[in-house]
Every structure is written in structure tokens, then in C-alpha cells.
Design a protein around this ligand. Structure first.
Ligand SMILES: *[C@@H]1O[C@H](CO)[C@@H](O)[C@H](O)[C@H]1NC(C)=O
Ligand SMILES: *[C@@H]1O[C@H](CO)[C@@H](O)[C@H](O)[C@H]1NC(C)=O
Length: 326
């Protein structure tokens, strides 16, 4: 029985392939990766002062920082927050313009705002800030972790973290939500509702809602308890605006969610993910993780951004559900 138990644990541990290679500047938190349409160069953005821009000719690197998207900060004023301290960028191309949704927030509070900036080239010096997209404040949700998606020709932002977890709001245009009202699309009913970092990806007949569950940081030697740390889960829906269920058919408004990637090897607490459609690799799940060795060395109780690293895995769809592959 014990032997069976241990082989079961080993089978679980072996379930994830190795993380994809990364060389050069691999430090990141809440990454957004996009390939520039004009030349195929990879651009990686992330949480950090002025939103660092890190580029590479390959997803494997070598990556190097070339500047900041918003070196002078955002025009949004969130009380008590330095306007260059920008979180969780989400970048896409629409027509000939790149849009970056971003966050200003006071950690652990609902004192947050989502803003948007635009660029024609993704390069440093090319970004124009447009300020807040105008999602109304509401005690049911936190206005962080934006993610843009187009569904049947209409544009939406997914967003949210803890409180009521993941919400979605239709945009009137790329820069403003207008009078549209957000609605909830995923919710974990337990504890303090640890879901955030939504990323929606269309594949086949479904919209896949990836999100980060669990405790995002404060990774010291002994905290958090095993299994409570960040991990990446997914739900799907055919319409993209509701009706999300997990692989077992469990309603994702009622704690549903199928785990796609959890801690393994040096990859502790993977999250802050996105999905890139790569010409050569197909769909790629990219994410940040906390190196296990850093945690074992004592880690950091205050979520120091420079302790998180970038990695990725190809995604394959088996029976309509995404699975990480080597
Ligand atoms: C940032 O501010 C400096 C000083 O005001 C200015 O010279 C520079 O052009 C600004 N940069 C951007 C990207 O707006
Ligand atoms: C919901 O939260 C609990 C912890 O409160 C966690 O064990 C569970 O995995 C979460 N469910 C999902 C789908 O993330």
C-alpha cells in the first residue's frame, strides 16, 4: 500500500515535462509575451518600474532589456501608489496598433485601476498612455490583472483578483468600457477566493479561461503550506462570456477549475500566465515561477519581483483540454 502510494506520488511528480529553456534576462513577474508582426521579434513585458521591455529572437533567449514602456509612469493616480509601479501588463495587436492594458494598485487592497497605453512598434519611446479604461469601482471585485479578448467581433476585458475573483466587461472601444457593467465569470467559493491573473485563449470551438490560483508570493523557506502556492488552472466555455466549466463539468462560478501546471522541480508556484500562438511551436503557455532553490535559501516574505523567473511549455489539446508538453 505504501509502495503504491509512493509510486503514485512519483507518477504525479513526473506528470509535468521540464520547463522550456530561458537564457539572458529571465527575471519576470506576470509576463506578457507577443511576437512583433513586422519582424517576428519576441517582446516580453512584466510587472515592474515603468514596465520593462525585454526582447529576444527566440522564446528561449537570449533575452535582454531594451528599455521601459512607460518610463514616466501612468497618468492614473491611485492614492499612495507610485505611478511608475505598474503591474501585470497584457499586450495585443489590433489593426496596426498594439494595446497594453496595465494596473496601478496598492497591494492587498481594492485601491486599484486598470489603464491602457498604445504603440505602433512595441519599442521603448513609442508608447502613449491613455489612462484609466473606466471600469467602475465596486466592492465585489478588484480592478487588477486585465486581459483583452475579442468574441464575435466585440471586445472585452477579463480582470480581477480575490474578492469576487474573475470578472468580464465589454469595451465600447479599445480605450474605454463606457457604461457596460462587469459580470463574474469564475469564482472559488473557499477561503478568501484565491483566483486572479485571467488569460483567455480561443482554440477550436471553445474559449479557455486560464487563471492563477492560490498564494502568489511571500515564499519563505516554510511558507506557504505545500499545495497552497500559486498554480495554473483552466475552465472553458463555448460562448466566452459565461458558462465556464472544468474538465469534470464542474461550474467555474462554484470552485471549478482543472489544474494545468503546478509546482515541480525548480518550478515553484507557477502563475501570472498567458498563451502565445507561435508559428513554430504552436500554442505556448508562458508563466513566472519562483525557483525552489531561492525558496529553500529562505526566500522573501515581501514578494520581491526580481526573484521570479520566466518559463514556458508548449500546449497540446487532448480531448479538448490543454496539457503542457515538452
Ligand atoms: C519622460 O519625461 C522626460 C522629462 O520630462 C521627457 O524628456 C521624456 O520625453 C519622457 N518620456 C516619455 C516616454 O514620455
Ligand atoms: C479553490 O481554493 C482552494 C483553497 O481555498 C483550493 O484548494 C482549490 O484548489 C481551489 N480551486 C481551484 C479550482 O483553483
Amino acid at each position: 500500500m505504501l509502495a503504491f502510494f509512493f509510486s503514485f506520488i512519483i507518477a504525479l511528480a513526473a506528470a509535468y515535462p521540464n520547463r522550456g529553456a530561458c537564457t539572458g534576462n529571465c527575471w519576470t513577474k506576470d509576463p506578457a509575451v507577443i511576437k512583433r508582426a513586422s519582424d517576428g521579434k519576441y517582446f516580453r513585458f512584466g510587472t515592474g518600474t515603468g514596465v520593462p521591455i525585454i526582447t529576444s529572437d527566440s522564446i528561449k533567449g537570449p533575452w535582454s532589456e531594451v528599455g521601459k514602456a512607460l518610463p514616466n509612469g501612468s497618468k492614473i493616480n491611485v492614492n499612495g501608489v507610485d505611478s511608475t509601479n505598474i503591474w501585470a501588463p497584457d499586450v495585443h495587436l489590433s489593426g496596426d496598433t498594439y494595446y497594453m492594458y496595465y494596473v496601478l494598485s496598492k497591494l492587498g487592497t481594492q485601491n486599484s485601476e486598470i489603464g491602457v497605453a498604445t504603440s505602433k512598434t512595441l519599442a521603448p519611446g513609442s508608447w502613449t498612455d491613455h489612462g484609466s479604461v473606466g471600469i467602475p469601482a465596486n466592492s465585489n471585485y478588484n480592478r487588477i490583472d486585465p486581459n483583452w479578448i475579442q468574441i464575435d467581433g466585440k471586445q472585452y476585458l477579463n480582470f480581477g483578483s480575490f474578492w469576487g475573483d474573475i470578472y468580464q466587461v465589454q469595451l465600447d472601444g479599445p480605450l474605454k468600457v463606457g457604461s457596460n457593467t462587469p459580470h463574474q465569470i469564475a469564482y472559488n467559493e473557499t477561503l478568501n477566493h484565491r483566483e486572479e491573473g485571467a488569460f483567455m485563449y480561443q482554440h477550436g470551438n471553445f474559449y479557455y479561461l486560464f487563471f492563477s490560483s492560490g498564494i502568489a508570493g511571500g515564499y519563505t523557506k516554510t511558507y506557504p503550506p505545500t499545495g497552497a502556492e500559486y498554480h495554473i488552472s483552466v475552465c472553458r466555455s463555448s460562448g466566452g462570456s459565461g458558462g465556464f466549466v472544468d474538465k469534470e463539468g464542474k461550474d467555474c462560478l462554484k470552485t471549478g477549475g482543472t489544474v494545468v501546471l503546478a509546482s515541480h522541480g525548480q518550478v515553484f508556484g507557477p502563475g501570472g500566465q498567458g498563451v502565445l500562438t507561435d508559428k513554430d511551436l504552436g500554442p505556448v503557455l508562458y508563466y513566472h515561477y519562483y525557483p525552489l532553490a531561492t525558496k529553500q535559501a529562505g526566500g522573501s516574505a515581501d514578494g520581491v519581483n526580481s526573484n521570479y523567473k520566466f518559463s514556458w511549455n508548449q500546449l497540446t489539446f487532448k480531448d479538448g483540454w490543454p496539457v503542457v508538453s515538452a
